[in-house]
Design a protein around this ligand. Sequence first.
Ligand code: 8YV
Length: 319
Amino acid sequence: MNRPTIWISRRLSDATLDRASRDYDVILNDADTPGTADEIVAMSNRVDGMIPCHSEHFTADVVSRLDPRLKIVANHSVGVDHCDLPALRARGIAVTNTPDVLSDATAELAMMLMLCAARRAVTGDRIVRTGTWTSWSPSFLVGKQVSGARVGIVGMGRVGQAFARKARGFDMDVHYFNRQRLSPEAETGATYHETLDSLLSVSDFLSLHCPATPETDGMMNAERLARLPDGSVLVNTARGALVDEAALLGALESGRMLAAGLDCFREEPGGNPAFAAQENIVMMPHVGSATVRTRDAMGFRALDNLDAFFRGDRPRDLL
Ligand code: 8YV
């Protein structure tokens, strides 16, 4: 094949764009706005491959309208809930993602959210920033100690395991629920729970690390949140769809749950305006993988997948 043409849907890291233009004819969405359904469809007869982000939605309708020229969708993300995989496969379009390379960055953000939620960082920052720090007392801004506490991990894949390693650095007692129990080496002392409900009942801190699928949609509903011990803290760096946000807000407002740290929301961008008044929710705008090193690694991993595909090899991350 001649030099393939690819569409890059967003402004990826400079190193990624440099390497991409060295090896491919690149059409770049330099405006860096989310690609609409019509843009994706229109682009599909101009390119052989695409590097989209989770902001470009390959719904069944979009996929049905794609031009046969498009052969591969090499996602710049580990999550692929923005892609209708059966529809893409039925069209014979290869799909890849970028696992491994973002696990540490995402787990690091989960740790940050857990610490900030537990130690009341939103309130503390506001008080100092606004010049309203006028007194001190032994009961001032007392939070929940993370070190030595018990943490439950839902989804012990790559990111879940990276989070477990970091939690162990804080001497946390790590418990987990996963579709399959890990090997003893991979478990490294973590306690396995056969059911989610069993995990929830012991989780003073709970961190979500599973994909958004029809089965996990709304998984953390009112009933499940009620199973958490009083004063628990929820952390979500996975996908907003996992959480019933109204139920979470209710549990936080009532004081039954202590706090939450959220990087993902049902509505993105934007988040949930109802959360804004709650200082026991620390929020970030879906930036789990947003470090310089990880963005380069994600771009390179997507390009590795494209390179293998166009060489005629099986891409490493073919789904
Ligand atoms: C990114 C992510 O924000 O990889 C994922 O699934 O949600 C994040 O790493 C995004 O997808 C980058 O394109």
